[in-house]
Design a binder for this molecule. Sequence first.
Ligand code: KIV
Ligand code: NA
Length: 265
Amino acid sequence: IKKVTSKTLQDMKSRGEKISMLTAYDYSMARIFDDAGIDAILVGDSAANVMAGFETTLPITLDHMIYHTQSVARAVKRSMVIADLPFGTYQGDSKQALASAVRMMKESGAHALKLEGGAEITDAVKRLINTGIPVMGHLGLTPQSIYKFGSYEVRAKEAQEAATLLENALLLEEAGCFAITLEKIPAALGKEVASKLHIPVIGIGAGRYVDGQVLVMHDMLGISKDFAPRFLRRYLHLYEEIKNATANYITDIKKQDFPGDREQY
Ligand code: KIV
Ligand code: NA
């Protein structure tokens, strides 16, 4: 099997093939996604929300992220595994960022790391890349800064914020990032950034003109029930399916249908 690398993703952009990416946090799901042919798996710090039930991504630790990433990496044969560095583990200075990144790379089996931010983190980004660690940027809605922004609304609708985002995207490319994630911005801005950058731009709520798409697996599979932003397409409604299956299981136990004659020793 030919493994997906940053070079593979770059080649895909060059020939206009869209890049597919999904989050995963555990072995079993990562195995299915990899088997289905997903190009990249993001071990997102959205694990804080969907795995741990926190309201924001701030509480998740580097140790938690290493655990999730190890689980995913053990399952994957072909996909590129990209792990988020969590809040507070890289914003101090480039030394702190390198220490966190090196721990993640040594212990987790990640192939690359994702960091949120623009100009304020380019020193850290350069230091990681100089050390040999591929880095993906993340601009637009950056959930680690949610208390600064105050809401999960669409970002960069105004010209000033859009110009700053484009500037930051160019800075990240110049710093050596192999790709950038753009979250929840107007499609026209996604298009502009993707056309001005040579590296792949992966969108979530950034429209169809970027170079690839990523969704949180719980949203794509309909496991999360109340989260329904416009950008989301659900491919299953697993919340209902799992709830119904569980109700059937309970019923079968109560009426002593399960286990049946052929389900016991
Ligand atoms: O943590 C995450 O799942 C992410 C994606 C939404 C891009 O960063
Ligand atoms: Na994230």
